[in-house]
Design a binder for this molecule. Sequence first.
Ligand SMILES: NC(=O)c1ccc[n+]([C@@H]2O[C@H](COP(=O)([O-])OP(=O)(O)OC[C@H]3O[C@@H](n4cnc5c(N)ncnc54)[C@H](OP(=O)(O)O)[C@@H]3O)[C@@H](O)[C@H]2O)c1
Length: 268
Amino acid sequence: MQPIPTRPTALVTGASAGIGQAFCRLLASQGYDIIAVARRSERLASLARELNSAHAIEVLPLSIDLGAPDAVARLLSAMAGRDIDVLINNAGYGVPGRYLSHEWSVHERFQRVMIESVAELSHALVAPMCARGRGTIINVASLAGYLPGSAGHTLYAASKAWMIRFSESLALECEVDGVRVCALCPGFTFSEFHDVTGTRAQLASLPKWLWMSAERVAAEGWSAAATGRLVHIPGRINRLIAMLAGALPRALTHAVSRRESRRFRDIH
Ligand SMILES: NC(=O)c1ccc[n+]([C@@H]2O[C@H](COP(=O)([O-])OP(=O)(O)OC[C@H]3O[C@@H](n4cnc5c(N)ncnc54)[C@H](OP(=O)(O)O)[C@@H]3O)[C@@H](O)[C@H]2O)c1
């Protein structure tokens, strides 16, 4: 008897909006079953209905808050041992304002979503990927991970710089086992991010050409991972910004960051 062919499965965090939703649509169109994780269950249910009717795949919506201490354990248990071929660590947000204007619990939760859940989920899923000799992890970091810190949003750039270095190291460790890891570093992207973070009005004056669609970011990330890139910055302008940030004297980039923090961040 022929074995029943099984579809590959992609686990996407932050699947209820923006870049995560774009990844779900892209992967579903390529025949992946999707495990879609975020907090807003009605959004996930609606995405599941859309993808189920458009493609011959299955979607498992999981409403989980990745800021909760037991989130990854709950997520793994809900997946019931299912093999994961693609992991997209994408869930994220920003905490506006000065570091000391928030209780520690706000920062603790932020680090659970942006750092701990990424490290823990990767730790749980990369071993079975290596054992099967295949798998892809895309960590959605940010261009901010290449830039000097800014006043306000204090842990954001730091968490994304961490994500880039973590992805590079994991990629180099796992490539011999056939597993690809790529840090995707978008610049300004149309999504709900700046509404959630409360920076939409401050960014309204930015030129349109600085922005990219979530669909393009996801498509570029997927192609970059497929060709074995360790890091990908979507868009030529963003790559130029990252290059200048690395090449210019630190005193100059700090001066720019000091000025732009006052312009775009609520740090008073
Ligand atoms: N937009 C940009 O300009 C930009 C630029 C560079 C990098 N990025 C990065 O891209 C990633 C995706 O952001 P986006 O632009 O697509 O923003 P978005 O439209 O606001 O989507 C963020 C996603 O993360 C989920 N999420 C947030 N907190 C969560 C939590 N505690 N538990 C589970 N899920 C959570 C949200 O779902 P729920 O609210 O339903 O939980 C949502 O699905 C983020 O990591 C962000 O840092 C964005």
